[in-house]
Design a protein around this ligand. Structure first.
Ligand SMILES: Cc1cc2nc3c(=O)[nH]c(=O)nc-3n(C[C@H](O)[C@H](O)[C@H](O)COP(=O)(O)O)c2cc1C
Length: 259
């Protein structure tokens, strides 16, 4: 079956995964359509793909796993023996079971995985870790991954391909981070940019200064999207997180590619 269209399905609260998936996609010689699932949708969109599509899935790693918010979109996502490749970005600590979890979930929804990559990037919580990654060398590696995928879909019998990715079950529980952004009432203009951008629907539309702690996923997208710089996390909690993460992250980690 000839592959005719590239579909990009991704979750990227702070934009790094989007950058990585776009770089890989640039090397794939097909017309592309994007489905950015980073913005909260009360009603999950129905996404159906067929055998002539090639789907690139992209996620950031949260607690060594696929973010729970992204998994919630799988209820209405369906492939039909659709070839797919996986991209996981992670903040230079570890990606643990994220690729295995993503591969298992997409295969359960009718996709056939023909490639995967885990790419170390700037850590979205403590940005000094892996600062400015993906850098030039990373982008070259990501492009090469895209070129290899392009070669696969053009020249190989996809049904004969199968890949292995690392990971173990049972997956661990998601860690609850104490980093819940708060709004400075003297700076907040109630423009609602944070309400519109929150992937978890955690910020009140009636009062954008209120964040639902139970829904917040600590992605920090609202902090980045606030032009007034009204939203922030406690500097004390952030420096505690930095202390912890600096011990377990290595800013010079290399990408892992599975083909
Ligand atoms: C709540 C949360 C949990 C995270 N967990 C991990 C992790 O387990 N391992 C890791 O190396 N990076 C972790 N990170 C860092 C992100 O995976 C990384 O910065 C990613 O590239 C962000 O992608 P985005 O910019 O597309 O949102 C975490 C970030 C957040 C916000």
């Amino acid at each position: 079956m000839k592959t005719t269209e590239l579909k990009l399905v991704y979750f990227s609260p702070t934009g790094t995964t989007r950058r990585v998936i776009m770089e890989a996609a640039r090397q794939i010689d097909l017309k592309s359509v994007s489905f950015d699932l980073s913005v909260h949708k009360e009603k999950k969109p129905v996404l159906q793909f067929d055998e002539t599509d090639f789907v690139l899935f992209g996620i950031p790693v949260y607690s060594g796993r696929v973010p729970e918010t992204f998994l919630s979109y799988f209820e209405t996502l369906k492939g039909n023996n659709t070839p797919a490749a996986l991209i996981a970005t992670y903040g230079c600590r570890a990606y643990e079971d994220a690729l295995l979890e993503l591969k298992t979930e997409v295969e359960n929804r009718g996709f056939h995985v023909i490639g995967a990559g885990a790419f170390p990037t700037e850590h979205s919580i403590v940005r000094s870790i892996g600062l400015s990654r993906p850098n030039k060398a990373d982008l070259k590696t990501i492009s090469e991954f895209g070129i290899a995928l392009n070669r696969r879909i053009k020249n190989e019998d996809l049904s004969a391909l199968s890949i292995q990715v690392p990971g173990n079950t049972p997956y661990r529980k998601y860690a609850k981070t104490p980093l819940i952004p708060k709004a400075d009432v003297s700076l907040c203009t109630e423009c609602k940019a944070c309400v519109k951008s929150c992937p978890a629907g955690a910020i009140s539309a009636q009062d954008p200064k209120k964040t639902d702690k139970k829904k917040c996923i600590s992605c920090l997208r609202c902090v980045r999207s606030c032009k007034q710089k009204a939203r922030s996390v406690s500097s004390m909690k952030l420096s505690m997180a930095a202390k912890k993460l600096n011990k377990v992250c290595q800013s010079d980690k290399a990408a892992d590619i599975f083909l």
